[in-house]
Design a protein around this ligand. Structure first.
Ligand SMILES: C[S@@+](CC[C@H](N)C(=O)[O-])C[C@H]1O[C@@H](n2cnc3c(N)ncnc32)[C@H](O)[C@@H]1O
Length: 236
């Protein structure tokens, strides 16, 4: 990346986004399988969905995920204004139901009334939060969901008993070995990003947070190593 790109947030966003698009194109994070498994659950909900998408990015993933659903309310939330500009275009099929909010995801949840949504969806975003914020997020998801509502989570997860350091080393070894379409500059940028920002929990740790928050039912939708889709249902 040149110097101008490094100091210009839009250019920086585009450079990172281009790399992320490569990961999607080559399905390195198993988006296709995880979205398809999540789709089966979502399609079993037979009414127009009200939902919030936390850390929606450019919403290209959600556009595929919800393509067969009617949507009554779609709140798309991300910290990045640039990402939301792409999201607006990717979610244009639901423009009359769409609210785009440039907010931290916990602030977003705070603004949503109790029991008002069918679905909270988040893909590859909550591993950036601290553990305390992840617990607060589960509590907030529980609060905003209606009786049969789901918190659907696609994200990286550590193995049970694995330390963060061991996880980082294993994940980055996998990146170096398997993600052959990325160049060395991109690989260095991903390594830095993962080391600085990724704090994934294990499935059992998420289960403890889900139970503490009040969720009654958990489904493993699909798992490909560290890349997993899980769903937590309120039922109370
Ligand atoms: C790896 S991208 C995932 C985008 C999309 N959900 C997907 O699966 O392709 C992570 C996104 O989460 C957003 N994000 C990270 N922390 C956030 C926070 N605290 N609140 C809202 N968005 C956040 C980032 O701006 C980024 O767009």
């Amino acid at each position: 990346m040149n110097q101008a790109a490094e100091s210009d947030p839009i250019a920086l966003f585009r450079a990172n986004w281009e790399t992320y698009q490569k990961l999607l194109e080559h399905n390195y994070m198993f988006h296709q399988e995880l979205v398809s498994a999540s789709q089966q659950l979502i399609q079993s909900i037979e009414r127009p969905l009200s939902l919030v998408d936390l850390g929606c990015g450019d919403a290209s993933v959600s556009r595929t995920l919800f393509k067969n659903n009617q949507i009554s309310r779609y709140i798309a939330c991300d910290l990045s204004k640039s990402a939301l500009q792409f999201a607006q275009s990717n979610l244009s099929a639901w423009s009359s139901a769409l609210e785009l909010n440039c907010l931290d995801m916990l602030e977003q949840l705070e603004q949503i009334p109790d029991r008002s949504l069918d679905l909270v969806f988040s893909s590859y975003a909550i591993h950036h939060l601290s553990d305390q914020s992840k617990l607060t997020l589960f509590e907030e998801c529980f609060r905003v969901l209606n009786h049969s509502g789901w918190f659907m989570l696609i994200d990286v997860m550590r193995n049970d008993g694995q330390s963060r350091e061991d996880y980082l080393n294993d994940y980055l070894t996998m990146v170096e070995h398997d993600w052959t379409a990325i160049n060395s500059t991109e690989c260095a940028r991903i390594t830095q990003h993962v080391r600085d920002n990724d704090f994934p929990l294990s499935p059992s740790e998420y289960q403890i947070f889900a139970s503490q928050a009040g969720f009654h039912k958990t489904h493993l939708l699909d798992a490909h190593g560290f890349h997993q889709a899980r769903a937590y249902q309120r039922l109370s």
